[in-house]
Design a protein around this ligand. Structure first.
Ligand SMILES: *Cc1c(COP(=O)(O)O)cnc(C)c1O
Length: 403
């Protein structure tokens, strides 16, 4: 059998839809963020406008130093799974830091945010007898896969709709364990869940709550504990999940909750047990990043300032972007081929890197550029981006928003 022909047929279909993904091969320049060397086609140096290293912590001198120093003292890899020789002092210190961040008894590290969602939800859904998982319609792929893998009954409620959740919870028998799974900041539209309303409903029905704060940790709340911290709701949430790979600029994922909950996941989750622990140097760097953002408001304040400035400049030029209460600025294109083309022109002619966001990351017809300003983008960077977009809007005859 010609397997390559089968693979290529699938790839050709993807290319025909305009949804084939092409990597931009960059080399991030520590100390010069958001600048990066470009090793793919286009300008030699680009300004990155789509990074999830939202605050530039990936190049923070203290974070970089912690990683280098710890690699020098502990070596590179952890050397094993957490159970078999892999647990290092740095893992436990990081877990204590995370538990404190969210005001919980305990935290548990994973290889990534994806793995933490997948492992925690699949374990909860499969190990809690007769459980039902109520999942927001726009939950991240890692949550969906975890729920699917658990084989628990799943009920999807309308996105951010606490009333729909209420109806759907009421329809589940009172004696079944219920898990309400949702996110705080949804990363593609940048909208934020009505957390208090969702908690009211969940508590009314005796459901446990599971929140993904991946796009909010480090970013919101006085100590970077996320939207739930900002709104004073952390203690009402059973499990808070986050990543060390986005605003904290490092790598890895985690859950926090009660001692019993974390011990339960630690003891039963295959995605925790059977994989090598995070490198100690990564754990040490993440801890420094978290500690820094617990004390420092400078990065968050400057970040909000940059987001507001870019929005105002886009408005002035009539470039349509989706209004939302977060730091994510989706500029809607609505066509996969155009979206790719605009992204290519930005890269080749303007030295601006914004990855096109196409299906299946977003629904067909809602293709977009997802722009993420950082505290390190200057006024000149913002002007350059807006000038480029404005020129492209002209060139491609795209609709402008009317003020
Ligand atoms: C990126 C993301 C994850 C996965 O986190 P990683 O640490 O990148 O694996 C989980 N949930 C959401 C909503 C995400 O956007």
């Amino acid at each position: 059998m010609d397997f390559d022909a089968l693979f290529n047929a699938e790839l050709d279909a993807l290319k025909g839809e305009g949804n084939y993904r092409i990597f931009a091969e960059l080399e991030r320049r520590c100390g010069a963020f958001p600048r990066a060397r470009n090793h793919s086609e286009g300008a030699d140096e680009v300004t990155v406008w789509c990074s999830n290293d939202y605050l530039g912590m990936g190049q923070h001198p203290d974070v970089v130093k912690a990683m280098c120093d710890t690699a020098a003292t502990c070596g590179t890899g952890a050397g094993g799974t957490r159970n078999i020789s892999g647990t290092n002092r740095h893992h436990r210190e990081l877990e204590a830091e995370l538990a404190d961040l969210h005001g919980k008894e305990e935290a548990l590290l994973f290889s990534s945010g994806y793995v933490s969602n997948w492992a925690a939800l699949s374990t909860l859904g499969s190990r809690l007898p007769n459980a039902v998982i109520l999942s927001d319609a726009l939950n991240h792929a890692s949550m969906i896969e975890g729920i699917r893998h658990s084989r628990a009954d799943k009920v999807i409620w309308r996105h951010n709709d606490a009333q729909d959740l209420d109806r759907k919870l009421a329809a589940v028998g009172p004696d079944r364990p219920k898990i309400v799974a949702f996110e705080s900041v949804y990363s593609m539209d940048g909208d934020i869940a009505p957390i208090a309303e969702i908690l009211d409903v969940a508590e009314k029905h005796g459901a446990m709550t599971y929140i993904d704060e991946v796009h909010a940790v480090g970013m919101y709340g006085p100590r970077g504990g996320g939207v739930a911290e900002r709104e004073g709701l952390m203690d009402r949430i059973t499990l808070i999940e986050g990543t060390l790979g986005k605003a904290y600029g490092c790598f890895g994922g985690y859950i926090t909750g009660s001692k019993a909950l974390c011990d339960f996941i630690r003891s039963f989750a295959s995605g925790f047990i059977f994989t090598t622990a995070l490198p100690p140097a990564v754990a040490a760097a993440a801890r420094v990043s978290i500690r820094h953002l617990k004390d420092s408001e400078i990065e968050r304040a400057q970040h909000r300032n940059r987001v507001a400035r870019l929005r105002a400049r886009l408005d002035a030029e009539g470039i349509p972007h989706m209004p939302n209460p977060s730091h994510i600025i989706p500029v809607m294109i609505g066509d996969p081929v155009k979206c790719r083309m605009i992204s290519d022109i930005l890269m080749n002619d303007w030295g601006i890197y914004v990855q096109p966001i196409n299906y299946p990351t977003v629904p067909k017809g809602t293709e977009r550029l997802r722009i993420t300003p950082s505290p390190l983008h200057s006024d000149a960077d913002i002007d350059h981006l807006v000038t480029a977009l404005s020129s492209l809007w002209q060139q491609c005859a795209l609709a402008r928003a009317v003020a």
